[in-house]
Design a protein around this ligand. Structure first.
Ligand SMILES: CC(C)(COP(=O)(O)OP(=O)(O)OC[C@H]1O[C@@H](n2cnc3c(N)ncnc32)[C@H](O)[C@@H]1OP(=O)(O)O)[C@@H](O)C(=O)NCCC(=O)NCCS
Length: 145
């Protein structure tokens, strides 16, 4: 840290800032991977990550469709690097396509080791959500505000 308080504050703010790893993606979820989320080997369980991704895409889908939605497919999921306990896990969602009743949402997941400044992409996937009516049937997505 510098002797100049202003510079110290600026540096600290930069360190504390969450930054952006995605040009287009919207930061939807940021969370910390906890011991309860591990697999028997001690790394973070892939199913936990998938659940966070479904939550992130579902959050965006609900906002876009302005109502109830369901996941209808998950495609092209890949796990690139393991996530460790204590990692800061950030999920970015990008709306790729809106159909009559469906939305394709790409989710990128980045992990940052707890005391590091660097994050790396650990997984991504395409989610398709369908807007539903109160009977659970597909519902047209409108442009109504
Ligand atoms: C979502 C659901 C109502 C859709 O019913 P459906 O009879 O397949 O509906 P449709 O054939 O009219 O398809 C609706 C839209 O989804 C799209 N779609 C359906 N299956 C899809 C698939 N496997 N992949 C990508 N898109 C798909 C269709 O192309 C259509 O898009 P569009 O209206 O934008 O053109 C039904 O599949 C369902 O209830 N699934 C279970 C959902 C759920 O419980 N999710 C949580 C799992 S724990």
């Amino acid at each position: 840290m510098s002797d100049d308080p202003a510079q110290t504050l600026a540096l600290a703010r930069q360190r504390g800032s969450h930054g952006r790893q995605q040009d287009e993606g919207v930061l939807v979820i940021r969370t910390i991977a906890m011991p309860a989320d591990t697999n028997p080997a001690g790394d973070i369980f892939g199913g936990w990550l998938m659940s966070q991704m479904d939550l992130a895409a579902g959050n965006m889908a609900g906002r876009v469709a302005q109502g109830r939605c369901a996941t209808v497919s998950v495609e092209a999921m890949q796990f690139l690097h393991p996530v460790k306990v204590g990692d800061e896990v950030t999920l970015y969602a990008t709306l790729c396509k809106v159909g009559r009743t469906s939305m394709r949402i790409h989710v990128d997941v980045w992990a940052r080791a707890r005391y590091s400044q660097d994050a790396e992409k650990v997984t991504d996937a395409d989610f398709v959500f369908v807007a539903l009516d109160q009977n659970g049937a597909p519902r047209a997505i409108t442009n109504d505000p």
